[in-house]
Ligand binder design. Structure first.
Ligand SMILES: [Zn+2]
Length: 596
C-alpha cells in the first residue's frame, strides 16, 4: 500500500497521527463490495428509465410531475455522488496506485454516460417560457426545489443544443478533469531535493526559523518544479484554452463570468471587492517592512515571507493537543458546532498523516447527505496546521448542517462555503490568543494571524489579478510561453509586495504548483470574500453576543437554498457597497496598528 519514507513515519509517530485515517466503509466496505456494482447498475438503469419516460415531455409537465422527476434525478445523483466520493477519497490518499486511479476514471465514464441520459432535463426546463416557469416556481409542490430550479434557469443563455451538450459530456472524461488528474499525479510523484521529499514537506520548510533551511527549501521547490515545467506549462495552457473555448461556445462575456454565475454574484459585486482590496495593498507592504525589522534582515527575500516571527512558540503541537484547542474554541461559540466537529474525530471522518502518494493540502468533501462529510489534512504539527484543521472542520460542520436540505439544496455557493471555514479559524485564533500572557508572544501570534489573513485576502486577490492576466493573454495572444506566465506571476505578486519583499526570478515559476488555477479557474477571490465577510460578521458577534449564534447556525444550515444576498440579509450586510469591504479591511489595519 503506502511506501512510507522514514521521514514521514517519524513525523506521524511524533505527532500521533498514524491512526488518524478515515474509515470509508461508511460508503462501501471495499472495491469488491457487491453494493458498488448494484449502485452502478441502479444509476445506469434509472438514468435510462428517466430518459425514456420524460425526454421531450418537460414542457408539458405540471408542478407535481416536475417534482417527481426532480426527486428521481436527485436520488440518482445522490447514489452517483456516493460512488464518486468513494473513488475520489481513495484516490486522494493513493494517487500513485493504478487500480485506484482506474476506478476513478471508470466512475468518470459512467458519470458521463449517465449525464448524457439526464441532461435533457436542464435543457428543457430552461426552455419553458418564463410565465409558465414563474407559475410552477410559485406552486407549493415545488417550494422545496424553488431556488434550485430558479438558479438553473440562469444558465439558460449559456446553453447549447441538446446534441452539442451530449457531445461535450461524452468527451468530458478526457477533458478538464483528466488534465487536472495528470497535474495531481505529477505533483504527487515529484520528489524534491537530495532527500527526495514530498511537496508538502518542502513547503513546510519555508516556515522554518533558519534562513538557510528556507533558502534550501526554496531552491529545492524551484528545481523540482523546473524539472516538470514542460508538463506543467502544457497542462496550464491546455486548461486556459479549454476555458477560452468553453466560454466562447457558451457565450460568456469574460473569463470570470461563469465563476460569478456559479457563486450567484453579480460581476459588479466582485469588482467592488477586488478594487477595495487592491486599493489597500499598503497593508501587506507596511507589515512586511515591520517583519524585516523584526527578523533583523536588510532585505526580505521571497523565501523569508513565511519565516516565523521571534517569540512565537515554535514547538510542534501533537494531534491530540491540536484537537483540544479546536474543539474548545468551537464549544465556546456554540455547543452544537463543537458536537458536530467532534464526530469527525470520534467516528473516523478525518485523514491526517503525511504519506507518500497522498495529495497535498487539505479539503473537506461534502460526500452525500445520507452519509457525512470527510476531511483530509496533511498534519505536520505547526500552529498553522491547527488553523487548517479548524478551517476544514468549519467546512465540515457547514456541510453536515446543510445536508439536511437534501443533495441539491445543500450545495452552498463557493463564496459562502469559505465563510464557515474562515470563521472557524478566527474562533480558534481568539481562543489561542487568550491563552498567551506575554506581550511578545501575543504580538508574534497577531503577526501570524495577519499573515494568514494576507494569505486569504491579499494573496488570493493578487492571484485573481494573475488569472485575469493569463486568461486575457491566452485569448489575445494564443498559447503562452513559460516565461510569459512567470512574468505575469511576478508582476502581479510584485504589485502586492511593493518594495517590502524582493521576489527573485526563481520565484517566477511558483505559479505552477497551485492547483486552484487548474481545478476551478476564478475560484481564488472566494477566499477574500469569505475572510472579509467573516471579519465583519465576527465584529457583529462581539457586539451582539449570544443572540448572534443562532443566526449564524441558521446561515450554515440554510446551505444553498437562497442567494448570498438573501442569506446575508438577516445580518444587514450589503456586498455591493465598498464601505462594507472597507470595514473588513479596516479591522485588518487595526490589527496591524497594534504591532506598529
Ligand atoms: Zn476552504
Amino acid at each position: 500500500m503506502f511506501m512510507e519514507t522514514s521521514m514521514t513515519v517519524n513525523i506521524n509517530e511524533e505527532l500521533g497521527t498514524q491512526e488518524v485515517v478515515w474509515n470509508l466503509s461508511d460508503l462501501y466496505s471495499a472495491y469488491d463490495d457487491q453494493q458498488i456494482e448494484e449502485d452502478i447498475a441502479f444509476c445506469q438503469n434509472e438514468a435510462a428509465a428517466i430518459n425514456g419516460e420524460y425526454m421531450d415531455r418537460v414542457k408539458s409537465l405540471d408542478a407535481d410531475g416536475i417534482r417527481q422527476l426532480v426527486t428521481r434525478l436527485e436520488d440518482l445523483e445522490t447514489r452517483l455522488g456516493k460512488l464518486f466520493t468513494f473513488a475520489f477519497l481513495n484516490f486522494a490518499t493513493n494517487t500513485a496506485d493504478q487500480e485506484v486511479s482506474a476506478f476513478l476514471q471508470r466512475m468518470r465514464e459512467i458519470g458521463s454516460s449517465i449525464g448524457k441520459d439526464t441532461v435533457f432535463f436542464e435543457l428543457e426546463w430552461n426552455k419553458v417560457d418564463q410565465e409558465k416557469a414563474d407559475a410552477l416556481l410559485g406552486s407549493a409542490a415545488l417550494s422545496h426545489y424553488q431556488h434550485y430550479l430558479e438558479n438553473m434557469r440562469k444558465y439558460a443563455p449559456h446553453q447549447l443544443s441538446q446534441i452539442e451538450e451530449r457531445l461535450l459530456l461524452e468527451c468530458a472524461p478526457v477533458g478538464r478533469g483528466s488534465w487536472a488528474t495528470l497535474f495531481e499525479k505529477v505533483m504527487g510523484n515529484l520528489k524534491f531535493g537530495e532527500k527526495k521529499r514530498t511537496e508538502e514537506e518542502v513547503l513546510s520548510d519555508l516556515y522554518n526559523p533558519e534562513r538557510e533551511v528556507r533558502k534550501q527549501a526554496a531552491r529545492e521547490l524551484t528545481e523540482g518544479l523546473q524539472s516538470q515545467l514542460h508538463i506543467l506549462t502544457h497542462v496550464f495552457n491546455t486548461l486556459l484554452a479549454d476555458k477560452m473555448i468553453t466560454d466562447r461556445l457558451r457565450k460568456y462575456p469574460g473569463w470570470i463570468r461563469s465563476m460569478n454565475l456559479g457563486n450567484e454574484l453579480e460581476d459588479n459585486t466582485v469588482e467592488v471587492l477586488i478594487n477595495a482590496v487592491t486599493d489597500r495593498y499598503d497593508i501587506p507592504q507596511r507589515y512586511y517592512l515591520i517583519k524585516k525589522k523584526m527578523l533583523g534582515l536588510d532585505e526580505l527575500l521571497d523565501y523569508d515571507r513565511y519565516a516565523p516571527v521571534p517569540h512565537l512558540p515554535g514547538r510542534k503541537i501533537a494531534w491530540s493537543a491540536g484537537k483540544t484547542v479546536v474543539l474548545d474554541a468551537f464549544a465556546k461559540f456554540s455547543g452544537r458546532m463543537a458536537e458536530i466537529a467532534e464526530y469527525f474525530f470520534d467516528r473516523k471522518w478525518i485523514h491526517a498523516p503525511v504519506l507518500e502518494g497522498k495529495r497535498g493540502g487539505a479539503f473537506a468533501h461534502p460526500c452525500v447527505p445520507e452519509v457525512h462529510p470527510y476531511v483530509l489534512v496533511n498534519y505536520t504539527g505547526n500552529l498553522r496546521d491547527v488553523s487548517t484543521v479548524a478551517h476544514e472542520l468549519g467546512h465540515g460542520v457547514h456541510q453536515y448542517l446543510a445536508a439536511e436540505q437534501g443533495y441539491y439544496n445543500s450545495n452552498t455557493t463557493l463564496v459562502l462555503s469559505e465563510t464557515a471555514s474562515v470563521f472557524a479559524e478566527l474562533l480558534v485564533f481568539n481562543s489561542q490568543l487568550e491563552l498567551l500572557d506575554r506581550k511578545e508572544e501575543r504580538n508574534a501570534f497577531i503577526c501570524q494571524k495577519l499573515e494568514s489573513i494576507f494569505a486569504t485576502v491579499f494573496r488570493q486577490i493578487s492571484m485573481n489579478r494573475f488569472e485575469d492576466k493569463v486568461h486575457t493573454a491566452r485569448r489575445e495572444q494564443g498559447e503562452l510561453k513559460t516565461e510569459d506566465i512567470s512574468t505575469m506571476w511576478l508582476q502581479t505578486q510584485r504589485a502586492m509586495f511593493g518594495d517590502s519583499v524582493t521576489l527573485s526570478e526563481n520565484y517566477g515559476t511558483w505559479w505552477s504548483y497551485i492547483p486552484h488555477f487548474l481545478h476551478s479557474p476564478g475560484y481564488v477571490y472566494s477566499y477574500a470574500f469569505g475572510e472579509l465577510l467573516v471579519l465583519a460578521l465576527y465584529a457583529l458577534y462581539k457586539k451582539e453576543g449570544d443572540s448572534f449564534v443562532p443566526k449564524y447556525i441558521d446561515l450554515l444550515a440554510a446551505g444553498g437554498t437562497r442567494t448570498p444576498y438573501k442569506l446575508l440579509e438577516p445580518f444587514g450586510v450589503d456586498p455591493d457597497n465598498p464601505a462594507f469591504w472597507n470595514d473588513g479591511l479596516r479591522i485588518i489595519d487595526d490589527m496591524l496598528q497594534l504591532i506598529e
